[in-house]
Design a protein around this ligand. Structure first.
Ligand code: TGC
Ligand code: FAD
Length: 392
């Protein structure tokens, strides 16, 4: 089981590249995951529910909007600190990391980057503490990979807008207090809005019976003639680049986060392989087990190097969207492969909830789909290197 026995792999001594602040943040989140997440997460998955009390605790630790300036309630840290927080949360569970990703990158980031001063002061401090829970509505029932074709609309009624349409597969929506919703205006331009729980005509039904990300609330957002005050429009962005800039931040966090899931799987499999004996010796002594473990550690190390360099570039404002896509695609695929391989090392024990591999594996099937599918990220890289658009 992923427990306090955890020994985080660091084969290329990457810790030497981290600051003291990075290490302190990582250690506090790691301890919290050991204490507050691991003991309850298997049951939460079985119950198909997210342990809501974790939200305030994450807020207290500064896990929401860590790179948002302190004057708005954030922690004012850098992007590597954000990545490390995501890594530690996802070692616990992708659902916990998802909750924090959405809150930080998809709700706080757009309010901070595109919001008015009043919006920043009204929402960011409460989002940072977890007093308010946010959601992000881009995907629609008929428009997933192609969000530019969205049909959700706002109509200008003079002193307010009327919002109609629906969003689908929205993390946190059933428990959200506010939603950042992307809709087309009368000129067919994509705009961002802050929609609040309780607005007449706005509902957030839950999507149930998921086999993946079971410890995460996923739902719809349904808008029927919802009256939106004009002050709820995000004034400082227009067009699809608004939501896509938010996705850059969230995809960056995912590229880091899934390394945590892979590290957890590898570490548990290594320990188990030294303890489990067959044919009168530890299974770690068989070449085929060593091949699995050696390849896992090699891939984890490459992924760690990739996100560390990406973090440096992002801190310098030089990480391109295509570089972030490459890292998201590579690292999620790496983590999914390691979840599968590590489960094999455990034999039958690997299918039980006593170990985390099956849970990580099922979660990662969502992670490889959301925030741009594996194939969409390949096409983004393809377009970047060839200049040719193969989407259409
Ligand atoms: P395209 O014509 O290429 O671009 C439209 C405008 O956007 C700009 N742009 C970007 N800007 C910033 N960052 C990026 N990554 C950008 N990519 C494109 C582009 O320059 C253009 O700007 P302008 O000024 O010229 O108008 O757009 P397209 O319609 O051809 O679509 C291509 C694209 C890249 C959008 C599509 O391939 C894509 O990314 N699809 C994936 C959709 C997606 O990722 N959805 C995620 C939904 S949110 C989610 O899953 C949350 S899960 C949360 C959790 O639980 O953790
Ligand atoms: P589709 O776009 O229908 O794609 C289906 C398949 O076709 C994929 O394999 C895809 O790669 C392929 N495909 C599509 N277009 C092309 C092409 N041009 N060339 C080649 N292949 C192509 N969305 C939000 O807005 N907010 C959220 O909080 C959110 N949370 C989510 C949580 C979960 C658990 C899940 C599973 C999804 C979530 N999503 C969210 C939605 C997610 O972003 C979409 O599922 C994703 O973008 C893919 O869209 P789709 O499912 O409609 O698949």
């Amino acid at each position: 089981m992923a427990t306090v026995q955890y020994n985080a792999p660091d084969y290329f001594l990457l810790d030497e590249l981290l600051t003291d602040e990075h290490k302190i943040v990582r250690s506090s989140i790691r301890d919290w995951v050991n204490k507050s997440v691991l003991p309850i997460i298997d049951d939460a998955c079985h119950n198909h529910s997210f342990p809501i009390h974790l939200i305030k605790e994450m807020g207290e630790m500064g896990a929401f909007g860590p790179y948002i300036p302190q004057e708005y309630g954030g922690a004012g840290m850098d992007h590597i600190a954000y990545g490390l927080i995501m890594q530690e949360l996802e070692r616990g569970d992708s659902g916990v990391r998802s909750m924090a990703s959405v809150q930080s990158s998809l709700v706080m980031y757009p309010i901070f980057s595109f919001g008015s001063e009043e919006q920043k002061r009204k929402y960011l401090p409460k989002l940072a503490t977890g007093e308010l829970i946010g959601a992000f509505g881009l995907t629609e029932p008929n428009h997933g990979s192609d969000p530019g074709s969205m049909v959700t609309r706002i109509t200008d009624k003079g002193d307010h807008y009327i919002l109609n349409g629906a969003k689908m597969w929205i993390t946190n929506s059933p428990i959200s207090d506010i939603g950042i919703v992307w809709a087309k205006d009368d000129n067919n331009i994509v705009r961002g809005l802050i929609v609040e729980k309780g607005m007449p005509g706005y509902t957030t039904p839950e999507i149930t019976k998921k086999w993946s990300l079971r410890a995460s609330y996923t739902g719809e957002m349904v808008f029927t003639d919802v009256k939106i005050p004009k002050e709820n429009l995000l004034p400082n962005v227009q067009g699809l680049k608004g939501p896509l800039m938010c996705l850059n931040s969230a995809r960056f966090g995912i590229a880091w986060g899934v390394v945590g899931a892979a590290m957890d799987c590898y570490d548990a499999a290594l320990r188990y392989s030294k303890e489990r004996r067959q044919f009168n010796k530890p299974i770690a002594g068989f070449q085929l087990t060593q091949k699995k473990l050696a390849e896992m550690l090699t891939e984890i190390t490459k992924a760690q190097l990739l996100v560390w360099r990406l973090g440096v570039l992002r801190n310098e404002g030089r990480a391109s969207a295509a570089q972030i896509s490459m890292a998201k695609r590579n690292n999620v695929d790496m983590a999914l492969t390691i979840a599968r391989e590590s489960r094999q090392i455990l034999g039958a024990m690997g299918i039980t909830g006593d170990f985390s591999m099956m849970r990580h594996m099922m979660n990662l099937e969502s992670v490889i789909t959301y925030e741009g599918t594996h194939d969409i990220h390949l096409l983004i890289t393809g377009m970047d290197i060839t200049g040719e658009n193969a989407f259409v």
